[in-house]
Design a protein. Sequence first.
Length: 75
Amino acid sequence: MKITLKAARVNAGLTQEEVAKKVKKSKNTIANYESGKSTPDIETGKALAELFGCSVDDLIFLPCDCALSTINKED
């Protein structure tokens, strides 16, 4: 199941700052991942997937609206 980083974070009840601390990045970096301004390196992607209990392939590093339209096109 595909899920955006923001949706995974919100579902886990975490703030950007809490996620940032857990994966040793800044809050701004997490915000940039969520907005699609940047994407994590593979190690950070793995850490985020582990944090949210999913695979790296399941996490979508795009803004929510873009990711949802991409998912809907696959259906």
